[in-house]
Design a protein around this ligand. Structure first.
Ligand code: C2E
Ligand code: CA
Ligand code: CA
Ligand code: CA
Length: 276
């Protein structure tokens, strides 16, 4: 028994070592990745189920690491946040996403694009200026850009963040609350932060068998309507999810059922199939 315990310990520490090594490698390679154009964006459609039409796109970043292949943002965004690289990275993402939105518009596809924001961006104090500059450079009207924030931002200087969000919203850019319902003080935040959209976290969408979850979602949707907020359900994976959510009054959905995050080439095909 003693031997087995020792063995387990060895495997465990070896596994830890591997993870540590990978993290160190990613840390080291992240900075040059921006200059070396190793990042790319994929886009996931947002679908208006009532009207059966496209309702927007979310830009999601990917890293094509020269040795390790495609790395998901769940793994490298935290590192980018720690090192501060998230700031120039988000500049790049915003620029790229706005240009892509312009390109679709030129082809007659008029839908908003949303970009995820880390709280670090608010700490630069220049977010509004950056967003304005990028919109100008891309020639994109602010109404087509949406910025996704999360509830975890409440842990920071919330008054300062609200001040900046108000400035950005006054420009005409939309703000959405991502992963709604998973954070700390969701309901209280709705009263404080000026918002356009609530994105219901995947946790709700995936537990619709639970009467409690259903009651919560339907209350959130009602509340959002009264607050004149759009609601988007995330993580919609099958027809069952769609039917439940429709019953509960949710119109806008995002998830693998409608489309995975796709490259531009994949999107061309996806749009062709749907006559968009
Ligand atoms: P998020 O903003 O909540 O993005 C949704 C995530 O759920 C995406 O993962 C997407 O691929 C995944 N997803 C979409 N539909 C489904 C579904 O039906 N089922 C399941 N199981 N998953 C689905 P992804 O692309 O790996 O992104 C993970 C997170 O990384 C994002 O969560 C976001 O917080 C962050 N992220 C991604 N791109 C950026 C970025 O450019 N900047 C910042 N700051 N964060 C980003
Ligand atoms: Ca998001
Ligand atoms: Ca989300
Ligand atoms: Ca998330």
């Amino acid at each position: 028994a003693k031997g087995a315990g020792k063995n387990r310990y060895c495997v465990y520490s070896e596994e830890m070592g591997k993870q540590e090594l990978r993290k160190m490698e990613l840390e080291k390679d992240l900075h040059p990745a921006l200059d070396n154009e190793q990042f790319f964006l994929v886009y996931q459609p947002r679908w208006n189920v009532k009207e059966n039409c496209l309702a927007g796109w979310e830009a999601l970043i990917r890293w094509n690491h020269p040795r390790l292949g495609i790395i998901s943002p769940g793994e490298f965004i935290p590192i980018a946040e720690e090192t501060g690289l998230i700031v120039p990275m988000t500049d790049w993402t915003l620029k790229k996403a706005c240009l892509q939105c312009r390109e679709w518009q030129a082809r007659g596809v008029l839908e908003p694009i949303s970009v995820n924001l880390s709280v670090r961006l608010f700490q630069t104090g220049s977010l509004q200026k950056t967003v304005q500059r990028i919109l100008d450079e891309a020639g994109l009207d602010p109404q087509w850009l949406e910025l996704e924030i999360t509830e975890s931002m409440v842990l920071y200087d919330i008054q300062e963040i609200i001040r900046q969000i108000e400035g950005i919203r006054n420009m005409g850019v939309k703000i959405s609350m991502d992963d709604f319902g998973t954070g700390y003080s969701s309901i209280g935040l709705l009263d404080m932060i000026p918002l356009d959209t609530l994105k219901l976290d995947r946790l709700f969408t995936n537990n619709l068998e639970s009467p409690t979850k259903r009651a919560i979602i339907s209350a959130i949707i009602l509340m959002a309507e009264n607050l004149h907020l759009e609601v988007i359900a995330e993580g919609v994976e099958n027809q069952e999810h769609v039917d439940f959510l429709l019953q509960l009054g949710c119109r806008n959905m995002q998830g693998y059922f409608y489309g995975r995050p796709m490259s531009i080439e994949q999107i061309d095909e996806w749009m062709k199939q749907r006559s968009i």
